[in-house]
Design a binder for this molecule. Structure first.
Ligand code: PEP
Ligand code: MN
Length: 345
């Protein structure tokens, strides 16, 4: 449920509500809006009576949260969450935000060459997998900690935050020492032990949608992260399994973007590389994602896709990526102007 404070409620009044809810066994989360503060209360409502709360000064009303995902829902937190990573803001921003890099960190040279090209093209965050979730146990599994060291070297040279996947609960501490954003891969979306452990690092997290997950399952997986007290969470649509498997690797669910933006305050990133599996579909779907309201994009780039140790067919060449980035930033500018016009600014 949400305790809605009156406009102008004082910090002491809010603190009294939080104190009372805590005494009654609820976990609380504050959402401070321009007009009023909302106090989200999560816990067992059996035998709950609102009276001890309603009689406190500054309280306007108690509203139940109807959605099963409480903390993730817009009901609990009407304003967009903005995640700060260094000087970057993810969500609620008008700049083009692109995470780019190779699927896997394959070698120091491959990573640095790719990272420099991505940076030069305007990418803001460097991606690269050191622990790879591969369908076959015989496929390249990633360089592990050595891969993380190369990512850290690229970050230091190029001043780019890094995002990388943590696959196993045992590696959470290790990955957290290197990563600026912890990625939870599609296959692990419902690995609840991993979710809780990653959330407890307090680091920003990008949670990818499971290949067969409904939007509700996706949002409930994110709820695990927020319920551990980590609010720095972004969601990534990366395509789902449908009956189509010849022309596309996955079916990129573009409609999930406005649905999630409506349901939740968390930033939404779209990954058209895994979402399509084909390099020539990445550009069109990246544009579609921005038009649909995505807060950012994740794309795979490789200087020699034919030699890539994973996901070569969906990797963009640096030149193609650079041309696409120019188009995307022009599109982002148009979308921003259009948004300003529609709200009458
Ligand atoms: C990745 O981004 O490196 C990755 C493996 O993606 P997904 O988990 O979406 O398959
Ligand atoms: Mn990949």
């Amino acid at each position: 449920m949400i305790v809605v404070m009156k406009g102008g409620a004082t910090a002491d009044q809010i603190a009294a509500v939080v104190g009372q809810l805590t005494k009654m066994g609820f976990k609380t989360h504050l959402s401070e809006g321009v007009e009023r503060t909302l106090v989200g209360a999560i816990g067992d409502k059996t035998n709950f009576s609102g009276d001890p709360i309603l009689c406190l000064d500054g309280v306007m009303e108690i509203v139940p949260i109807r959605r099963p995902y409480k903390l993730v829902s817009r009901e609990a937190h009407p304003r967009d969450t903005v995640i700060k990573v260094g000087s970057l803001a993810i969500g609620g921003d008008h700049k083009l935000l692109v995470m780019a890099g190779p699927c896997s960190v394959e070698s120091r040279e491959q990573l640095l060459e790719t990272a420099r090209a991505c940076r030069a093209a305007g990418a803001t965050i460097l991606r690269g997998g050191a622990f790879k979730p591969r369908t076959s146990p015989y496929a390249f599994q990633g360089l592990g900690e050595r891969g993380l060291e190369y990512l850290a070297e690229a970050r230091a040279e190029l001043d780019m935050p890094i995002i990388t996947e943590v696959m196993d609960s045992e590696d959470v501490g290790l990955v957290a020492r290197y990563a600026d954003i912890m990625q939870i891969g599609a296959r692990n979306m419902q690995n609840f032990t991993l979710l809780r452990k990653v959330a407890r690092t307090g680091k920003p997290i990008m949670l990818k949608r499971g290949p067969s997950a409904t939007i509700e399952e996706f949002l409930l997986a994110a709820e695990y992260l927020l319920s551990e007290g980590n609010t720095q969470v972004m969601l990534c649509e990366r395509g789902i399994r449908t009956h189509e498997n010849a022309y596309t690797r996955n079916t990129l669910d573009i409609s999930a973007v406005p649905v999630i933006k409506r349901e939740s305050h968390l930033p939404v990133i779209v990954d058209p590389s895994h979402g399509t599996g084909k390099w020539y579909l990445v550009g069109p779907m990246a544009k579609a994602a921005l038009v649909a309201g995505a807060d950012g994009l994740m794309m795979e780039v490789h200087p020699r896709p034919a030699e890539a140790l994973s996901d070569g067919p969906q990797a963009l060449l640096p030149d193609t990526f650079s041309r696409l980035m120019a188009e995307l930033s022009e599109l982002k500018g148009v979308l921003h102007r259009y948004a300003l016009q529609t709200v009458g600014v």
